[in-house]
Design a protein around this ligand. Structure first.
Ligand SMILES: Nc1ncnc2c1ncn2[C@@H]1O[C@H](COP(=O)(O)OP(=O)(O)OP(=O)(O)O)[C@@H](O)[C@H]1O
Length: 505
């Protein structure tokens, strides 16, 4: 008989990861359950949900008779996820912290902790997703250094591991996994890949995990949880009050407390206005929020966007894109939104243009454009600029036809797009580089990454950076993932009270 393989299962105290651990145990692996603590504060009702979740995860491990550890990534979460979120808001974007958290915390720090510190053969999570590897193949992976060039060597011998949607399409979480590294994916098992949520709940009931079944589905931002988001974020960002301005008439419709928490397409409650208005654009230099009177206003409809350097999960970039310069696939920018057919063009710097088959409502900078081919998730790129809206195009056509223009295009309130240029300018002028289809020469000449990553690589101003850095975080010993001594299966969890004392952000 071969050596029993060791799998570290990330356990949140929820039903999915509890059943994932159960399945791994049944498959005969040596399983260790690990709870991650990434945020330490009380929720709005003064309850420390992290403590309760950790307690629940510990209880499941006891029921399964497997070792349990707790690890703290509070500091890493603050620096690599939350600071990024605040910076994105300050740029007028709407970030997706859950995707960033998977990339940096679960599938980087946690992954390294599982493999290097605990010496596991693989890690596992309760995500509804699937890879192209069978469990056994996961254990046979050798560590190969990631490529240093912009695009991976196409003659690389090892087969890339692919990420596929889980069997339960309603629960599929590949959207949130679209930024994770090939190395982490190679060593990851998703035990729930072929199961539906209903079935998972039945298994949990059968295993006696009543305490996790009673819990509500986790909502809100990964690890930060449910709370009044506007109030919460304004504890960290200085409010920037300004006006609501009608995109059609340029008229000031009312005032707002700050544009950070407004996202495109969101309904704006404007004091004194009985009808609903919807946010269609922001001008972060004047603090104006542009609003339109209907939910599907043409100012919200767009069919073109550009991303930052695209993260390809298996092939970098996809072989079809290299061969044909363009690729047809499917696109979504929100979890669970229906997939829309699109055409992708690759730029020399690794970013992509995406053109959707039909205009979509509220494409939003800061969100991730996630691409699919059939049930394979190809990867994602952060949206950094948008093409013109239908409304802008209508205005342009009127201009060309010599028809009188509506108020907004003649008034001085011409809105600025996210890229800081006039909205009525054609797409090719709002971005520094035009869509450049990738040429063969472009592929074989690896470019240094420093030239390619545009906005994310740009550090934010010192003032902003210092503002969001809380003093309380320094001096804590949280850099090192700590395996709580008291958190092993045999000992009580009392040691966790040490981390509880850590100051909240
Ligand atoms: N605090 C945590 N500690 C350890 N692992 C975690 C933690 N939070 C999430 N995970 C891992 O990430 C997976 C996905 O988490 P997420 O909260 O997005 O989904 P979920 O469907 O609510 O999962 P669960 O039912 O296990 O809580 C979990 O199944 C678990 O493996």
């Amino acid at each position: 008989m071969g050596v029993v393989k060791h799998v570290v299962c990330a356990m949140s105290g929820g039903v999915d990861s509890s059943v994932a651990a159960l399945l791994l145990k049944r498959r005969g692996y040596h399983v260790t359950g690990v709870f991650m603590k990434n945020w330490d504060s009380l929720d709005e009702k003064g309850v420390c949900t992290t403590e309760r979740d950790c307690e629940d995860a510990y209880k499941v491990c006891r029921q399964l008779d497997i070792p349990f550890h707790q690890v703290s990534y509070v500091k890493e979460y603050w620096h690599e996820v939350f600071s990024n979120l605040l910076r994105e808001y300050q740029r007028g974007r709407t970030p997706n912290p859950d995707i960033i958290c998977n990339k940096h915390i679960k599938f980087k720090h946690f992954y390294q902790y599982a493999i290097n510190t605990l010496g596991a053969d693989a890690m596992a999570t309760g995500h509804y997703a699937r890879t192209s590897l069978e469990d056994e193949e996961v254990f046979h992976q050798r560590h190969v250094l990631p490529p240093q060039t912009l695009f991976r060597d196409r003659f690389e011998i090892r087969n890339p591991v692919r990420l596929f949607q889980g069997a339960d399409l309603l629960k599929d979480q590949t959207f949130f996994l679209s930024q994770i590294s090939q190395d982490a994916l190679r060593r990851t098992i998703f035990p729930l890949a072929s199961l539906t949520k209903d079935f998972v709940k039945k298994m949990a009931a059968g295993a006696g995990f009543e305490h996790v079944l009673k819990k509500k589905e986790s909502m809100g931002i990964c690890f930060i949880g449910e709370r009044n988001f506007e109030e919460f974020i304004l504890e960290y960002l200085e409010p920037r009050p300004g006006n609501f301005v009608s995109i059609e008439t340029g008229k000031v419709m009312g005032e707002h407390k700050g544009w950070f928490t407004f996202t495109l397409g969101q309904r704006a409650r404007i004091g004194g206005q009985r009808d609903a208005w919807f946010v269609v654009d922001k001008d972060i230099t004047t603090n104006d929020l542009f609003v339109a009177p209907t939910t599907n206003h043409p100012a919200l409809l767009r069919d073109t966007l550009r991303t930052e350097r695209f993260h390809w999960i298996a092939e970098e970039p996809s072989a079809e894109l290299i061969r044909t310069k363009m690729m047809d696939c499917q696109f979504r920018f929100q979890h669970q939104m229906p997939l829309t057919p699109c055409t992708v063009t690759l730029n020399q710097d690794g970013s992509v243009w995406i053109m959707t088959a039909k205009p979509l409502r509220a494409l939003t900078p800061g969100q991730f454009a996630v691409l699919y081919k059939g049930d394979e998730c190809l990867g994602s790129g952060k949206i950094i600029s948008l093409g013109p809206s239908e409304y802008t195009l209508q205005q342009g056509r009127q201009r060309l036809a010599g028809k009188p223009l509506t108020h907004s295009s003649t008034s001085q309130s011409e809105p600025l797009t996210w890229s800081g240029k006039s909205q009525s300018e054609p797409l090719t002028q709002t971005n520094s580089s035009q869509p450049e289809p990738l040429t063969q020469t472009g592929i074989s000449q690896p470019e240094p990454l420093t030239q390619t990553c545009t906005s994310e690589a740009e550090p934010h101003t010192q003032t902003a950076a210092t503002k969001i850095e809380p003093l309380t975080r320094t001096g804590t010993s949280q850099t090192e993932p700590v395996t709580k001594t008291g958190a092993t299966q045999t000992e009580p969890l009392t040691q966790r009270s040490a981390t509880q004392k850590e100051p909240s952000p």
